[in-house]
Design a protein around this ligand. Sequence first.
Ligand code: PHE
Length: 487
Amino acid sequence: MLLLSVRKTTGLATRLLLRPAVIHRTAALSTSCIRHNDSGKIEVLGSTYTTDKWTNATSAILSKTGRDLLHQPSHPLAILKEMIFAEFPTFAHYDSLSPVVNTYQNFDSLGFAKDHPGRAASDTYYINADTLLRTHTSAHQLELLAAGKQSNAEILAQAKNAQAAPANERFLVAADVYRRDEIDASHYPVFHQMEGVCTFSRAEIREHLRREAAASATAATTEALNLDLSAAQLLDTTQIGDTNPVQPEHTAEEVAFVAAHMKRTMNSMVVHILSKASAAAAAITDSTQVSSGAATQFPVRWIDAFFPFTSPSWEMEVLFRGDWLEICGCGVMKQAILDDAGMPDRIGWAFGFGLERLAMLLFGVPDIRLFWSTDPRFVGQFSPGQINAFRAFSRHPPCPKDVSFWLPADTEFHENDLMDLVRETAGDLVEGVKLIDLFTHPKTSKTSRCYRINYCSMDRNVKHEEINAIQDKVRDRIVSQLGVTLR
Ligand code: PHE
């Protein structure tokens, strides 16, 4: 998921981002998709939806929609959210928008092609063919811009800070987002993002350019520019050009201004947060961070990226424990979005930060499942407005169990169906699921896979009998729901 995991092909960003190389049509519907409910109805946050053959949101996932971690003032994710909101006092702040959106909001409004792989049921939790659990906070870009433009009181009233700019100018959205994904310490099928959008009138940009004052104008509109940059080491060798192009609707000068404003704003925000966290960071320091006196310096780098809804586009990464972690995707908004919002005269930038990854870094939380723990030994460690280093309260040994099976001959096997099935059966007792062996029989051409499921509780001792019973259930369900044959 975005931001929150080590860069690898399965990373959140990587999937969303749709690098051209990964654009291939995965069968939109897997015949093995897990059906949640055969009654034909599903209830999510008090509303009832009709299910259809796209429905694949499991009850394990739907049970997360009401957890509302961002509204628990002592939760690390809520603490981080408030810190980011405080960095952007002139932006309208939203944090209560429903996770149930339609395919237009999540995909079409942002210019996702009809055959974009991000739409596949193997990656996204559908409630039915038109309705899904948002996969990113970008799903709200168009509706908020249009609401600002049209002074839509009902939507605008949901902002927490009424005195802020109208949403057609600048806003932030913090929210839970949902993606079908692998299972490991930094991937969880629900996580949180912070979307930021900032737009300028073309006249305003022209005026800045005319005065040849882009740098100082940027300084004037960016909070906290007089920061001490020592908490981060900023690396940026990216260039706007053929592979990361200016849109035909924009001039190179306009984009240079907007991109510089965006990078500067984001650098300031990240550096500010990292420096506030320096005490906690020192406590979790390690050899990958450059030590500058007592403080810890986090290397931060910009790389080129690709999203359907921005151009040029970038990702921001932080070096943490030897890996570059993607913490954010961003770029100059596709002009079609602003046109559709009724604002062809404005140009904007947008970013999407993954909150878990930043929070893991700031608070030293080693496993993403902990954010969902209700154990008082976790939730009791944090206080509103404060960053402190998490202290591990238990470490139970993992209990690995392997399962091998032959893939079905007639249906496609999607690994994320297995991930959901294990999650649905074992809940947060599952720490990781890894493919450890792949074999194709030379004579029959049948393929088998062996997965290692690591069971490990974050907060209690688990008896072997309990794990064995879960593993038996997993084996039964793999056969009945995924159509495989156990070896
Ligand atoms: N929505 C993108 C993601 O989740 C991040 C992003 C937001 C990229 C805004 C560009 C602009 O990966």
